[in-house]
Design a protein around this ligand. Structure first.
Ligand code: GRF
Length: 203
């Protein structure tokens, strides 16, 4: 069993995870990379690095469930234990999540619950926060709303623009994601049900 990575674009988090594995910092195995976009650089990175790479193109399916069912089948075919979202630009339905209960992780470029959704770094700058960062969390049916696993902070500087802040956050994303996966792979995470939302605790 291994991890299945879903990506839509650049794939720098995929690369960071794969480098952590190859560098002996993360004891895990990427079984397959799936993109929803035939042009995604993440797809080329995977095939260049001997990771099975599959594009499941939503244009080839009649609706969202049919598309997701093809993704689920591909993940299952590669014996996926944990699904890792790395710049995957689609909201997963309850149908998808039921196939991987408590087994889907995402990374988001803000300190959740602040600034969910698109353009998180722009939202942080517009709000004027002085500390920003990234969050790794388990995925539920909401948008960037599942139980939080790890967060890393970075300062927001007076001189920042979206690119500078995004780059600073991306750097810590690359350090944070593999650490969260490592906790999961070592069986050190449990999801607790609490009244307001679920939360993730260390075992
Ligand atoms: C990252 O900023 C991640 O937090 C967000 O999408 C971006 C993906 O970048 N969910 P990459 O494709 O991993 O380079």
């Amino acid at each position: 069993a291994g991890q299945g990575v879903l990506a839509s674009g650049r794939g720098s988090n995929l690369q960071a995870i794969n480098k952590a594995i190859n560098g002996g910092k993360l004891n895990a195995k990427i079984g397959v990379v799936i993109t929803d976009n035939p042009e995604a650089p993440a797809l080329d990175y995977a095939s260049d690095n001997n990771i099975p790479a599959v594009c499941v193109n939503p244009n080839n399916y009649k609706n969202k469930i049919a598309f997701e069912s093809a993704v689920v089948q591909t993940l299952t075919g590669f014996e996926t234990d944990l699904v890792i979202l790395a710049g995957y630009m689609r909201i997963l339905s309850g149908y998808f999540l039921k196939n991987f209960p408590g087994r889907v992780m995402n990374i988001h470029p803000s300190l959740l619950p602040s600034f969910p959704g698109k353009d998180a770094q722009r939202q942080a700058l517009d709000y004027g926060v002085k500390i920003a960062g990234c969050t790794v969390h388990f995925v539920n049916e909401g948008i960037d709303s599942g139980p939080i696993i790890l967060q890393t902070t970075v300062p927001v500087l007076e001189t920042d623009d979206v690119n500078l802040l995004s780059e600073r956050i991306l750097n810590v994303e690359h350090q944070t994601y593999y650490q969260a996966i490592s906790l999961y792979a070592a069986g050190k995470l449990k999801i607790e049900n609490v009244s307001v939302s679920d939360k993730t605790g260390l075992i």
